[in-house]
Design a protein around this ligand. Structure first.
Ligand SMILES: NC(=O)c1ccc[n+]([C@@H]2O[C@H](COP(=O)([O-])OP(=O)(O)OC[C@H]3O[C@@H](n4cnc5c(N)ncnc54)[C@H](OP(=O)(O)O)[C@@H]3O)[C@@H](O)[C@H]2O)c1
Length: 336
């Protein structure tokens, strides 16, 4: 098969012929029709990720068709269109993943930037019927992260007011779509006015640029306090989120793009009875609930760019430039 292989830190992906994976007991071989980029793929290429291992085929997201079943798997599944839950070996608890066993498809195990991937059958889910392979490939990692952060962790309910920071991000956009579908009022921040306008077209009430040093003050004046804040930036701007949160507010974080927090005021956290919640990807239950939610609300992922499988380096370049609004997708077959 053809695959994009990463041979080391800061190296370009090499698109070349490699062995098609086998299909062990309990596994299925998926002919991938599309895959999608996550920031994780970029961190892995940059060598800024725990447990690096090269060579590796990156890619956590994929949509395709089961073409072979391993021993012990119902062969009637062959021909089924599936998406893959990339969070393997979550463990028994809904509170958090196993600290030792949890792993993510696309490093250390070979991922989806290839024509085929083999995965344990329990990580395949029927592709939501309203989505093409191209749209469905956008969903798994970012979708489950958004779903768990918003619902399983921050317990969003209808009618609440939500702030989502850095709306250009893949997870942030799913968070916007999910929060709107759940009946919330959503405000956003972004480094780009154009992205704020695009978010408004999707249903956001309004937004401000985090590049304006007074962004938090102007947002507070315009919008008031927020019941739920979803952040993936951290960094110097994080303490402003304590001011923006309502009494009893929940601030949930799933990323740290801007690094460590500046000093946080304990008084603000305890006096306002704030909850600061960490979230990472999601359990199999979160994944099931997320795909059901997407099907019920007929949510269609926002796609920024579609590239051929052979052009994965261009996807990495786009991530480096941070100009995207929505997911960057690799089209593996050209017929979606
Ligand atoms: N814990 C998990 O399970 C999990 C899962 C997925 C991702 N992540 C992490 O979450 C982060 C986002 O990932 P992603 O794939 O959704 O993002 P992405 O598509 O790579 O986009 C990153 C976004 O960060 C935003 N940003 C940059 N500077 C910011 C600032 N000062 N304040 C607020 N936002 C800022 C940008 O928003 P604008 O373009 O609007 O300016 C940009 O679109 C990454 O750090 C990633 O590693 C964690």
């Amino acid at each position: 098969m053809k695959a994009n292989i990463l041979t080391g830190k800061n190296q370009p992906l090499i698109f070349q012929e490699t062995e098609t994976p086998g299909c062990k007991a309990g596994e299925v071989l998926v002919h991938l029709h599309a895959s999608a980029f996550n920031r994780r793929d970029y961190w892995i290429q940059q060598g800024q990720y725990a447990g690096l291992k090269y060579p590796v085929i990156p890619g956590s997201d994929g949509s395709g068709v089961i073409v072979k079943t391993g021993e012990g798997v119902n062969s009637a599944l062959e021909g089924t269109s599936v998406i893959i839950n990339p969070g393997f070996l979550w463990g028994e608890s809904e509170s958090a993943q196993s600290p030792t066993r949890f792993r993510i498809l696309g490093m250390p195990d070979n991922g989806t930037f290839a024509e085929y991937v083999s995965v344990p059958v329990e990580y395949t889910f029927e592709r939501p019927s309203h989505l093409t392979h191209l749209q469905a490939a956008a969903l798994p990692l970012a979708g489950v992260t958004a779903y768990r952060t918003l619902f399983s962790r921050a317990n969003l309910t209808s009618g609440e007011k939500v702030l989502i920071t850095g709306i250009g991000g893949g997870v942030a956009l799913f968070t916007l779509q999910f929060a709107l579908a759940a009946g919330a009022e959503v405000w956003v921040t972004s480094g780009s006015e154009e992205k704020i306008e695009k978010a408004k077209k999707l249903g956001a009430k309004s937004g401000v640029s985090y590049r304006n040093p007074e962004w938090a003050k102007s947002l507070l004046t315009e919008a008031g306090n927020f019941d739920v804040i979803i952040d993936s930036a951290g960094g110097e701007g994080f303490p402003d989120l304590l001011n923006l949160a309502a009494f009893g507010g929940r601030i949930a974080i799933y990323g740290g793009t801007k690094g460590s927090f500046a000093a946080l005021s304990p008084q603000k956290i305890f006096w306002k009875q704030l909850s600061i919640l960490g979230s990472t990807m999601g359990s199999p239950e979160d994944f099931r609930n997320m795909t059901a939610f997407v099907s019920t609300h007929k949510i269609i992922p926002v796609i920024d760019t579609e590239l051929p499988l052979s052009d994965a380096n261009e996807g990495m370049n786009r991530l480096a430039q941070n100009t995207q609004f929505g997911k960057i997708i690799l089209n593996h077959t050209g017929v979606l």
